[in-house]
Design a protein around this ligand. Structure first.
Ligand code: ASP
Length: 932
């Protein structure tokens, strides 16, 4: 193969270099044509092509082509090769035809022996062309790829391949082996007889509406007729014909059904050659009006279009290619048309050059650019995508191996207009599910005499009216028969509205139908018209009976405990500090200038009375005098001030709020318990959500719901709401419906947030042509605020006032914890520490005023005092007198120790005399010397 390719390149270079030197082509160039009996269009095309080349005069100016035609019997290879030999003996440059596989192969081998180019226009499955074959028909793989790309682009959910001839499977190999398409539901059936209805009925039962049909072009009309008879030709059906000659079939009977019928076409109808040829043909056939060739409305469709097949166009192109090659050779080589004999098998010496040259050049023909690859197969093929519309077949796009399927600029606009036109004046069957406030019966509609669509009202009815008004179609509402939204069972069968759409019983489903991935695989959804999520509908909790000790509620229990501890602590502290502080020891009889005893007011009883009096905000007649005790008292007052104010404020909140017993506050709470049952709508997306969830909480909830008896699933939202109202049942419902219900049922409310987020959409049968335009309309309604207005209309009745008010208030009046009031405890603690420090300073200060000789070391005095306090030696003590002060008066000191005259000092057994002259009296029964 590589060497052939090299020879071709060398030939091309040689010829290009020698251009314009030699003009040696004979005046008459014979070319042979072998046509089967009955293949008149091919023969006509051949002759007409030769005439065109000769009359044009530009392609081969100095020579004329002479068509030598022979008729052969189909499949009679022997007579065909005899006739071919006869042509070879006349000296021909190439041979065209025949079309049938058997005879053509036979002729091919003779051509290969004699090196005569064999010009072919038939579909050939070989992946490498024979040596002297120039086949202009693209390889079947090319068409397979084009159809595969088109199906991929259409994104069909399922499809059937219906074929008649066995070779069709080779043609469709690219589709059958494509990985993406194999994942779709694909059904392959063969039409074994001309009774196509049987297969169509079978496909209809399988609910498949997308079909690839591979039948000879002569049978296309009959196939479509049979499809129409068994209801397989509606606007929901989509047909792709593999034949390249769909344009030659009269499709007028089917063009108003709205069925999408398309195919690829190789002929470039926009080329001038094509238009001219059609005009030439026009003069030789009876004239009637056509709707496809807009350029010339007076061309006979019956005779012309039915015969102007791809093979005919290829015949034109092959003659043109040969002529161009001969002309180029004419400028570079001497070519003689030798008479050749099939017997002595001596080849034509220019054959190889001519064949190779034809494979090297590019010629623009009726079927686009004619180019060959290194295997001798047609390359860079451009296929036109044609589609049947109300106005007949229209070119809507193009396929090339690089760019795949590309629609022409205004395709979608045109299609949209065509669809809108089809939809106008149509009556669509709308399936819906009755439920508040989407679709409801008008109150007393029977009494009011309402019938048909007028019986219904609600959000979905208004939405439908808006869409129908914009798209100008009529509709009839039907309630879904099995009263289900749509759920797939284990066998993969759907119920509810989804089933009705698949079965073709309804054209659209307009309800609170949730868009889910599973449903999307069976039907099509428009843009969502409402967004929502799953929520929990529950009955408001009962009021809690007032508790006996509810006055304790404003503070948390630990705060009460801390408060008690603080109270006792402060009391003790104050008592101790007051003992220590010399300024708290006072003269009990102010009239007596030199008292014998000093008294401390902060006895244990008094101190307790003081702290409790302050705590109750009643005050007390015992007041601190020393700085230390005052600091402590001030801290205590501050503590009480804050705590009591906080308590009072919170108590007020508690008294105004109704406390609720709220057992469920989130979905987790619901999942954790089994006392309160919970469930959802049967055969709906909510049920499917729990069933398919991998999230542990929801999976647990699903197994609970599934196993609970009696069943927790309900047939409609209304029944679910009734059950919630009875109590001990939570209903998992979609948030928009909850919103509607809680506005009207004041004892119900939504617990927690949403479990997911999704939307409602209008569903159409799979691959419905109307989905796009309905989606656009929904978008327009959304942008104009009409959807919002409709929602307001049906939801707005705000009977129950603000939601969750009680819940929030109850939450706001929560008890105060340590975190809330901890600060005041800290302040109190700081105050106490300051009091201790000040008290020590006071003690030291007073001690310092006693001459060193009359007292012990301060630390010893301190310890003695501590002991005195700990042992609770009473609140009166003798005055301790020291030397005279500057003013000549005696300094009266408190004496450490008990000091009650006549009373034995605990632990020591004898009283201490008090010396007014200021002698140091060892208070604890020890001699002075013991301290020095
Ligand atoms: N709107 C839901 C559906 O489409 C109903 C539900 O399951 O709550 O299935």
């Amino acid at each position: 193969m590589e060497s052939t390719w090299l020879i071709q390149i060398l030939t091309f270079l040689l010829l290009t270099v020698n251009l314009n030197f030699i003009n040696a082509l004979p005046e008459i160039l014979r070319i042979g044509g072998l046509f089967e009996v009955g293949d008149d269009p091919m023969e006509m095309a051949f002759k007409s092509a030769v005439d065109r080349i000769n009359s044009d005069g530009k392609l081969i100016p100095r020579s004329r082509l002479l068509a030598q035609v022979e008729k052969v019997e189909k499949s009679d290879s022997f007579s065909a090769s005899k006739k071919a030999c006869g042509l070879f003996e006349q000296g021909i440059a190439a041979i065209f035809g025949p079309q049938s596989v058997e005879t053509s192969t036979h002729i091919q081998s003779t051509c290969d022996q004699l090196h005569i180019p064999h010009m072919e226009t038939r579909l050939d499955f070989r992946s490498v062309a024979a040596n002297h074959s120039i086949n202009l028909h693209p390889h079947p793989k090319v068409f397979g790829e084009a159809i595969r790309d088109l199906i991929r682009m259409k994104n069909w959910k399922n499809f059937a391949i219906l074929y008649q001839e066995n070779e069709a499977l080779v043609r469709l190999e690219e589709i059958l082996k494509d990985e993406v398409l194999r994942e779709k539901k694909m059904v392959v059936r063969q039409f074994e007889t001309d009774e196509y209805r049987t297969i169509f009925k079978e496909v209809n039962k399988l609910n498949i509406k997308n079909l690839i049909v591979d039948v000879p072009r002569e049978n296309i009309h009959e196939v479509l007729r049979h499809a129409q008879q068994v209801d397989m030709l509606s606007e929901y059906h989509d047909y792709i014909f593999t034949s390249l000659d769909l344009q030659t079939v009269d499709l007028e009977d089917f063009q108003y059904a709205g069925t999408n019928i398309s195919s690829f076409c190789l002929i470039d109808r926009s080329s001038t050659d094509f238009k001219e040829i059609i005009r030439e043909w026009q003069s030789s056939v009876p004239v009637t009006r056509t709707n496809w060739l807009e350029e010339d409305p007076f061309i006979s469709r019956a005779s012309l279009l039915q015969n102007f097949t791809t093979e005919v166009a290829l015949m034109y192109d092959s003659v043109k290619l040969l002529a161009k090659a001969l002309h180029d050779l004419d400028r570079s080589k001497t070519i003689n048309m030798n008479a050749l004999s099939c017997e002595n098998e001596e080849p034509w010496q220019y054959g190889i050059t001519l064949t190779n040259y034809m494979r090297m050049i590019t010629v623009r023909g009726l079927t686009g650019d004619i180019k060959f690859d290194r295997n001798g197969l047609r390359t860079d093929v451009r296929l036109k995508l044609i589609e049947l519309t109300n106005e007949g077949l229209k070119e809507v796009g193009e396929w090339t191996s690089e760019k795949r399927v590309q629609f022409i600029g205004n395709y979608s606009k045109t299609m949209e207009e065509i669809l809108k036109a089809t939809l106008k004046n149509k009556t669509l069957v709308v399936t819906t599910f009755p439920g508040r406030p989407y679709t409801m019966f008008v109150e007393d509609y029977e009494k009011k005499g309402l019938t048909g669509n007028d019986r219904f009202e609600g959000y979905c009815i208004d939405l439908m009216n808006e869409i129908a008004k914009r798209l100008q179609f009529k509709y009839v509402i039907r309630l879904v028969e099995d009263r289900a939204y749509g759920r797939r069972n284990e066998k993969g069968e759907w119920n509810g509205m989804i089933r009705e759409l698949i079965d073709g019983k309804a054209d659209i489903a307009v309800a609170d139908l949730t868009i889910t991935y599973e449903r999307e695989s069976a039907v099509d959804f428009t843009m969502p018209f409402m967004n929502l999520g799953i929520g929990i509908l529950f009955r408001k909790p009962k009021k809690e009976p007032p508790r006996l000790f509810s006055f304790m509620s404003p503070l948390a229990i630990e705060v009460w405990i801390y408060l008690l501890t603080a109270f006792l602590g402060v009391t003790l502290f104050l008592f101790v500090i007051a003992r220590f502080s010399p300024y708290e020891w006072i003269n009990p009889h102010p009239c007596i200038k030199t008292p014998e005893d000093l008294e401390n007011n902060f006895t244990m009883k008094n101190t307790l009375w003081f702290t409790i009096g302050c705590l109750m905000q009643q005050g007390c007649d015992v007041m601190p005098r020393a700085l230390s005790t005052r600091v402590l008292a001030a801290s205590w007052w501050f503590f009480i001030l804050i705590l009591v104010s906080s308590y009072t404020a919170n108590l007020a909140a508690f008294l105004t709020v109704e406390r609720m017993v709220n057992p469920i506050e989130s979905v987790e709470d619901l999942a954790k318990q089994t006392k309160i049952h919970y469930g959802c709508l049967m055969s709906g997306s909510t049920q499917a959500f729990f069933k398919n969830s991998n999230f542990s909480t929801y999976a647990r909830m699903w197994s609970f719901m599934e196993s609970t008896r009696p069943s927790v699933f309900v047939e409609s939202n209304d029944k679910g709401v009734e059950r919630v109202k009875k109590g001990d049942y939570a209903y998992l419902m979609e948030s928009t419906s909850i919103e509607y219900i809680v506005e009207r049922e004041c004892d119900l409310y939504q617990v927690g947030g949403l479990l997911d987020s999704k939307g409602y959409g209008i569903a159409t049968p799979p691959d419905s042509p109307y989905r796009g335009i309905i989606s656009d309309t929904i978008l327009a309604l959304q942008e104009k605020g009409i959807l919002q207005a409709i929602k307001e209309k049906w939801w707005s009745q705000k009977k129950c006032g603000p939601k969750d008010g009680t819940q929030k208030a109850a939450g706001a009046a929560s008890e105060l914890g340590l975190a809330n009031v901890g600060g005041v405890f800290v302040v109190l603690a700081i105050g106490s520490v300051c009091a201790v420090i000040i008290c020590i300073f006071e003690f030291i200060w007073k001690m310092k005023q006693i001459p060193r000789g009359e007292r012990d070391h301060i630390f010893v005095e301190l310890m003695r005092e501590l002991k005195h306090v700990i042992c609770c030696y009473g609140s009166t003590r003798p005055v301790r007198r020291t030397g005279m002060d500057d003013m000549g008066s005696q300094i009266i000191m408190q004496t450490p120790g008990n000091g009650i005259p006549g009373m034995p000092i605990p632990g020591y057994g004898f009283p201490h005399p008090i010396h007014a002259h200021g002698d140091f009296i060892p208070a604890f029964g020890m001699g002075k010397e013991d301290y020095s």
